[in-house]
Structure formats: C-alpha cells, structure tokens
Write a protein that binds this ligand. Structure first.
Ligand SMILES: O=P(O)(O)OC[C@H]1O[C@H](OP(=O)(O)OP(=O)(O)O)[C@H](O)[C@@H]1O
Length: 228
C-alpha cells in the first residue's frame, strides 16, 4: 500500500497511542510522515462558532457574523488547521487537479460523519465555468471517496474570481452566488442539514450558502469544512 499523498510505501506498525487510545483515527491512506503534517483541530479552546483558536466562546469574526445573521444559531466544525502543509495539499488536489488525492482523508471524514448520521448532507457547489476548468467538484470528490451520501441541492449560479485570489476585503464583498434547487427547497424543510465545504477562511462563502438554506426552514443547520 502506498501513501495517497507522497506515494511512499506504507510500512507501519501501530503506534503506542493507537494501541492504548483506540479512539485515535488510524489513516490507511497516508503514511505516518504525511499524517504528522496535518494538525487536527479540537473543540476545546476554540471558538464555538467557527472552531478557530480562541480564548472566548465566540471569536471577533463570529461576533460580527452574529450581528449580520442574528437568527442563525451558527455552528461550524472543521477537521484540520489550514496550515502550510494543508495549503500545499489543496494546491495539489484542487488547483493542480490531482483528483486521486480525494482519498487522503477518508478515515477522518468517515469518523466525523458517523456522528452525523441523521443529517442531510449538502456539499458546496462550484459554478459551471469552474467545473469546466477543474473537471470535478472538490467537496463532492472527498465525500465520494469516503462513501458519504449527499444531495447536490445548492447551485452556484455566479462565477467570480476564486476567493483564494482575493484580499480579505474583496472576499467579504462577494455577492450572493447561490440558490437552492426546487427539490432542495422542499427537502430541507424541518430537516437537520449539514452544509459541507472544503475550506473556511472568512466565512463569507459558508454564510451565503447557509442563508439560502435557512430561508427554507430547516430544523437545524450545521456547517463543516475539511480545513479552517
Ligand atoms: O471563507 P471564505 O473566505 O469565503 O473562503 C472559503 C472559500 O474559498 C474557496 O472557494 P473559491 O471561491 O476560491 O472557489 P474554488 O476554490 O472552488 O475555486 C473555498 O473552496 C471556500 O469555498
């Protein structure tokens, strides 16, 4: 078996931690060298709203979001820190188009989604133009690789410069680019929804997508990203 990221042969014995802490996730896709580079986020010591490191219950960004969306009980969870190793991984996967990397975090995603069995999972969509140039939706790719069921009820009708290419101010100025399909409008009513994106930076993208779901009265809306 080779590492899904660096392609080195994986020859590893269980570590002491894995033997004595069976709840620790054992990656079958990544070698121990690669796995060490990705930092798992914890709920303890992080903002309740977005899971960024914070001494307070809510970080300053989330306090500002609460003022804009006062009725939305915002709750975002993320698996990994968007550290330089994770940025490099996304560069390879998303921008260089190495679709084979969708398996890298399979066990981590499966463990997370096991606790969210009752949720209707909706992935962040990409525009038709982006689909043409990239060839795949990066979020759906990760969910498919982990065998997680989802419904593509959101549509991105407006294309714009990638958020990555913008300053923070420009990111925040993004206009609403999403709508919910007719099927989606009916399906989310009174359901627990889990909206999934790959990366959370300013939150602008997630909040726009959340807004169109909230307009259709789900019973609960949580959000999730691979990296924060
Ligand atoms: O929290 P934010 O500041 O809104 O940034 C996060 C968003 O930025 C990226 O999308 P982008 O618009 O760049 O599209 P792409 O990655 O699919 O090209 C990323 O996939 C998130 O959706």
């Amino acid at each position: 078996m080779r590492c899904n990221y660096c392609s080195q042969r994986i020859t590893r014995n269980l570590t002491i931690k894995e033997i004595f802490l069976p709840q620790k996730i054992v990656s079958e896709q990544l070698c121990s060298q690669c796995v060490k580079e990705f930092i798992l986020l914890e709920r303890k010591g992080s903002c309740y709203g977005c899971q960024r490191w914070s001494n307070n219950t809510y970080c300053n960004d989330c306090i500002r979001w609460q003022q804009l969306y006062p009725k939305y009980d915002f709750h975002h969870e993320a698996l990994f820190s968007y550290n330089p190793a994770m940025q490099e991984w996304f560069e390879e996967y998303k921008f260089k188009g190495n679709y084979g990397l969708r398996y890298s975090f399979r066990e981590f995603l499966q463990t997370y989604f096991k606790q969210k069995k009752n949720f209707l999972v909706i992935p962040m969509p990409i525009s038709t133009e982006r689909m043409k140039s990239r060839g795949f939706n990066q979020v759906e790719g990760l969910l498919d690789a982990a065998n997680i069921c989802y419904q593509p009820y959101l549509v991105r009708f407006a294309d714009s410069l990638s958020q990555v290419q913008k300053t923070r101010k420009e990111r925040m100025a993004l206009k609403q680019p999403f709508k919910l399909t007719l099927e989606g409008q009916k399906a989310v009513l009174n359901k627990d929804i889990l909206l999934v994106d790959d990366i959370y930076t300013t939150g602008r993208t997630i909040f726009h997508a959340a807004q169109v779901i909230l307009e259709n009265d789900p019973s609960k809306l949580y959000t999730f990203s691979i990296a924060r």
